[in-house]
Design a protein around this ligand. Structure first.
Ligand code: HEM
Length: 142
């Protein structure tokens, strides 16, 4: 396997960890929000690990993005799919990641625990939906 394929496979497979953590953090925060729970170190760490995991996905994505045009078969890719690979998928994912970072800061800095849970839950729900659309686009589920 060449380096590009290894990195693309890593970028592709990493999504499962991303979805797992997003699901866990959303469930945890929605429960905290509805039950007016207390924000603990575990909640902070769960959100932090989720953002770090998505950031690792971003780094892999940026590398794959930079390398794809150098692949010998690049010019033979079907134009519509190449647009998804090079523009639509990266754009939607960059928006998702920007939303996640802004929302995460606003979430954890909120003065009241219930607001932290609410902002955090809404942030990761929107992020998760955008990422799901971005994955669906590139895997052909849309
Ligand atoms: C959470 C964010 C992301 C997820 C879950 C994700 C997931 C995926 C998946 C599942 C594929 C298909 C891989 C395959 O066909 O083997 C893919 C391809 C790709 N991703 Fe992402 N991605 C994310 C973010 C990004 C970002 C931010 C960029 C660039 C800035 C990017 C660039 C690419 C490129 C260029 C491909 C095409 C690779 C190819 O077909 O050779 N991705 N991504």
């Amino acid at each position: 396997m060449d380096l590009y394929t290894i990195l693309r496979e890593a970028h592709s497979g990493w999504r499962y960890l991303v979805f797992l953590l997003l699901a866990a953090v959303i469930v945890k925060y929605v429960i905290g929000w509805l039950q007016k729970g207390q924000w603990t170190g575990l909640d902070r760490r769960l959100g932090l690990f989720t953002t770090i995991t998505v950031d690792i996905q971003l780094v892999l994505g940026l590398v794959v993005w930079g390398m794809l045009p150098m692949q010998p078969y690049y010019d033979q890719l079907e134009a519509g799919f190449r647009r998804i690979q090079m523009m639509e998928h990266p754009a939607i994912m960059l928006v998702a990641i920007a939303v996640m970072h802004v929302g995460w800061v606003l979430g954890r800095k909120a003065p009241v625990d219930a607001t932290k849970f609410r902002n955090g839950a809404l942030t990761f729900i929107v992020t998760g939906l955008l990422i799901a659309v971005g994955v669906a686009l590139i895997t052909g589920f849309m």
